[in-house]
Design a protein around this ligand. Structure first.
Ligand SMILES: Cc1cc2nc3c(=O)[nH]c(=O)nc-3n(C[C@H](O)[C@H](O)[C@H](O)COP(=O)(O)OP(=O)(O)OC[C@H]3O[C@@H](n4cnc5c(N)ncnc54)[C@H](O)[C@@H]3O)c2cc1C
Length: 222
C-alpha cells in the first residue's frame, strides 16, 4: 500500500468551517477528478488516524489540494487540521473512488459532498467542456456554501442553492424534495451525480426512485 509524507504548502479558510489545503504532490502520483485518498497528520498518534478526502484541484497541477469541512465538536482529525500551519506534514495514501465524470447532467451535493464535483467542474472548465452541467447544492445556511462565486462562474449560473436553515431571497428554502427535483428538471439522458451526508443521500435516492431515475443513471460513492 502506498504512503507518502507530504508538506503543507498553504492552509487557509474557505468558509467559517471549511479549510483549503495545498500540499506537495509526490512524484508519479496521479488521480482522476472525483477521486480521493486517505489522509493522516504526520504527528504522534495522529499518524494512525486516516480519513478520506477528495482532491479538489486539477490532475496536472504540480501540487495537490483538499477542501475540508472541519468538525471542532468531535475533536477528530478535521479539528486538529485547524491547528496546522505551512511546513507541517500529512501522510497520504492510495488513490481511490468511484465518482468520475460520465457525461452531462445534474450534480446533487450536500455540504462537503461538493468536493468530488468541485474537482470535476474545475477539470471540465479547464477543457471548456462544462456546458450543460447543473448543480443542486444543499446546505444549512448561506455561510456554509463552499465557493459559491466560483461555482456560479464555472457553471454560468446553472446552480440552485437550497438552504434548510434560513429563508432568503434567491435561495430555495428547505430540504431537497420531489418538487424541487422536478423544478430543476432532469432531462432524458442526463447523468445524475449524488454526494452528501447519508441521510440526504437516502432521501434523494428515494425521490429519484419515485421519479424512475434511480439505478444505473446515478453516479455516487458506494
Ligand atoms: C470518499 C470520501 C471522500 C471524502 N472527501 C471529503 C472532502 O473532500 N472534504 C470533506 O470535508 N470531507 C470529505 N469526506 C468526509 C470526511 O472523511 C469526514 O468528514 C472526516 O473523516 C471526519 O473526520 P474527523 O476525524 O474530523 O471526524 P470523526 O470523529 O472521525 O468522524 C468520522 C465520521 O463519523 C461520523 N460522526 C462522528 N461523530 C458524528 C456526529 N456527532 N454527528 C454526525 N456524524 C458523526 C461521521 O460520518 C464522520 O464522517 C469524505 C468522505 C469519503 C468517504
Amino acid at each position: 500500500m502506498e504512503s507518502h509524507i507530504v508538506k503543507l504548502l498553504d492552509i487557509k479558510p474557505v468558509t467559517h468551517d471549511v479549510l483549503g489545503l495545498k500540499v506537495e504532490k509526490p512524484a508519479n502520483y496521479s488521480f482522476n477528478p472525483g477521486q480521493a485518498t486517505e489522509v493522516a497528520i504526520n504527528d504522534g498518534d495522529w499518524k494512525n488516524e486516516r480519513r478520506p478526502f477528495t482532491f479538489t484541484n486539477l490532475p496536472d497541477d504540480d501540487h495537490l489540494e483538499f477542501t475540508i469541512k472541519t468538525y471542532p465538536e468531535r475533536s477528530g482529525v478535521t479539528n486538529h487540521l485547524r491547528d496546522l500551519k505551512k511546513g507541517d506534514e500529512l501522510i497520504i495514501h492510495d488513490v481511490w473512488g468511484a465518482i468520475s465524470y460520465k457525461g452531462k447532467g445534474l450534480f446533487i451535493a450536500g455540504g462537503a459532498g461538493l468536493t468530488p464535483f468541485l474537482s470535476i467542474f474545475r477539470y471540465l472548465n479547464s477543457k471548456n467542456e462544462v456546458s450543460g452541467n447543473r448543480l443542486l447544492f444543499a446546505n444549512k445556511m448561506k455561510k456554509d456554501i463552499i465557493l459559491e462565486a466560483e461555482l456560479n462562474k464555472i457553471l454560468e449560473g446553472r446552480v440552485t442553492n437550497v438552504l434548510s436553515g434560513e429563508n432568503i431571497p434567491g435561495y430555495k428554502h428547505g430540504f431537497i424534495t420531489e418538487e424541487l427535483l422536478r423544478e430543476v428538471s432532469i432531462q432524458p439522458g442526463d447523468k445524475i451525480y449524488l454526494c452528501g451526508p447519508p441521510p440526504m443521500m437516502d432521501a434523494v435516492l428515494k425521490i429519484l426512485d419515485n421519479l424512475g431515475r434511480s439505478g444505473e443513471s446515478v453516479v455516487m460513492e458506494i
